[in-house]
Design a protein around this ligand. Structure first.
Ligand code: HEM
Ligand SMILES: *[C@@H]1O[C@H](CO)[C@@H](O)[C@H](O)[C@H]1NC(C)=O
Length: 322
C-alpha cells in the first residue's frame, strides 16, 4: 500500500476489523426475533402445522421432539438428519438409532412448503425442527420455552456420527452420563431430558432383553409387555414409553421409574441405586421443577453448535442440499 494512504487505511483497517469482529460475534449467536422482519408469520405457521399433526395423531408430538434431539446430537442442530441419501451423501436416516424409528419427516416437509410459499429461502429446516419440538411439547401439555433462531442448514450429513453419538437404550448409567457429557450436559440435565420419555412409543427390539432377562423390572409390568413383544419376532411392535399417560407431557415417567416400570433399560438405569436416584425422586414429586429444568435443558440442546452467519445454507427442500 502506498505510504500516502497509510494513515486513512490503517484507520479503515481498525474500524473494519472491529466491524468484522462484531458481525461475527453477532452471527454466531441465535436470537428469538430472527425472522421478525423477514418472515413474521414463520412461528405461527409452524405452530398451526404442528397442532394439526398432533391432533390427528398424538404420538407425532413425541416423534417431532425426538427428531430435534437426533438432529442436535449429530454435528449440531443443522437439519442434517433430514437429508435423503444421494450418490454423494450417506445420510443419517438409515443409521441404527434412526432407521424404522425416527418419524415426522413429512410434517417438516409440509411446514417447509408453506414457509417457502410465504417467504422463499428464509426459514431454515433446522429452525423449523427446533420450533416444532417446542410446539409439540406444548401441544401435549408440557412446558414452553423461547426457541432461539437463526440456525442454518448443513450441506452434509454423517451416517457414522449418527451411529456413534446417539445413546443406545442398552447403556448403563455411566454410559448415559458419558454420552451426554460429551455434548456438554450434566447428569442432572440428562435426567431432565430423559423425561421426554413421558410421551411416545418404543419398538419391541428396543426393550426385549429388559422384559425377558432383567430383575429391575416390575414383574406384572414385564408380563403385560410380553404379550406384544414375544421372545422372537415382533421387532416393530410398539409399546408406550409411559404407560400411565402416554400422550401427556407430565412427570409420570419419573413415577414409573420409582415403581420399576421404566420401559427401556436406559430409563430404569436412572433409578437403580445410582447417583441419579435423587434427581428422579425430585422430578417425580415436583412437576413444576421438572418442567422448568426440562425447558432450560431444551434451550441448551437447541444451541448445540448450529451453523450460523454464512456457514451452511437455507435449504429450499429439507431433504436435499440446494
Ligand atoms: C438418555 C438417553 C436416551 C436414550 C437411550 C433414548 C432411546 C430411545 C429409544 C430406544 C426410543 C424408542 C425408539 C424405537 O424403539 O423405535 C426412544 C424414543 C423416544 N425418545 Fe429417546 N432416548 C434418550 C433420550 C432422549 C431425549 C434427550 C429425548 C428428547 C429430548 C428423547 C425423546 C424421545 C421420544 C419423544 C421418543 C418417542 C418417539 C416416538 O414415539 O416417535 N429421548 N428413545
Ligand atoms: C457400564 O458399561 C461399560 C461399557 O459397557 C462397562 O465398561 C462398565 O463397567 C459398566 N459400568 C457399570 C457400573 O456397570
Amino acid at each position: 500500500m502506498a505510504s500516502k494512504y497509510s494513515f486513512p487505511f490503517s484507520k479503515f483497517k481498525f474500524f473494519s476489523g472491529l466491524f468484522f469482529i462484531l458481525i461475527n460475534v453477532a452471527s454466531a449467536q441465535l436470537s428469538s426475533n430472527f425472522y421478525a422482519t423477514t418472515c413474521p408469520k414463520a412461528l405461527a405457521t409452524i405452530k398451526s402445522e404442528v397442532k394439526s399433526a398432533v391432533s390427528k395423531e398424538a404420538r407425532m408430538g413425541a416423534s417431532l421432539l425426538r427428531l430435534h434431539f437426533h438432529d442436535c446430537f449429530v454435528n449440531g442442530c443443522d437439519a442434517s438428519i433430514l437429508l435423503d441419501d444421494t450418490a454423494n451423501i450417506k445420510g443419517e436416516k438409515k443409521a441404527g438409532p434412526n432407521k424404522h424409528s425416527v418419524r415426522g419427516y413429512k410434517v417438516i416437509d409440509n411446514v417447509k412448503s408453506r414457509l417457502e410459499r410465504l417467504c422463499p429461502g428464509v426459514v431454515s429446516c433446522a429452525d423449523i425442527v427446533a420450533v416444532a419440538a417446542r410446539d409439540s411439547v406444548v401441544a401435549l401439555g408440557g412446558p414452553s420455552w423461547t426457541v432461539l433462531l437463526g440456525r442454518r442448514d448443513s450441506t452434509t450429513a454423517s451416517f457414522k456420527a449418527a451411529n456413534s453419538n446417539l445413546p443406545s437404550p442398552f447403556l448403563n448409567l455411566s454410559g448415559l452420563i458419558k454420552a451426554f457429557s460429551k455434548k456438554g450436559f450434566t447428569a442432572k440435565e440428562m435426567v431432565a431430558l430423559s423425561g421426554s420419555h413421558t410421551i411416545g412409543k418404543a419398538r419391541c427390539v428396543s426393550f426385549r432383553p429388559r422384559i425377558y432377562s432383567e430383575k429391575t423390572i416390575d414383574s406384572s409390568f414385564a408380563t403385560s409387555l410380553k404379550a406384544k413383544c414375544p421372545r422372537r419376532g415382533g421387532v416393530n411392535n410398539l409399546s408406550p414409553l409411559d404407560t400411565r399417560s402416554p400422550t401427556l407431557f407430565d412427570n409420570a415417567y419419573f413415577k414409573n421409574l420409582k415403581s420399576h416400570k421404566g420401559l427401556l433399560h436406559s430409563d430404569q438405569q436412572l433409578f437403580s441405586g445410582g447417583s441419579t436416584d435423587s434427581q428422579v425422586n425430585a422430578y417425580s414429586s415436583n412437576l413444576g421443577y421438572f418442567r422448568t429444568d426440562f425447558a432450560k435443558a431444551m434451550v441448551k440442546m437447541g444451541n448445540l453448535s448450529p451453523p450460523t452467519g454464512k456457514r451452511g445454507q437455507i435449504r429450499k427442500n429439507c431433504r436435499k442440499v440446494n
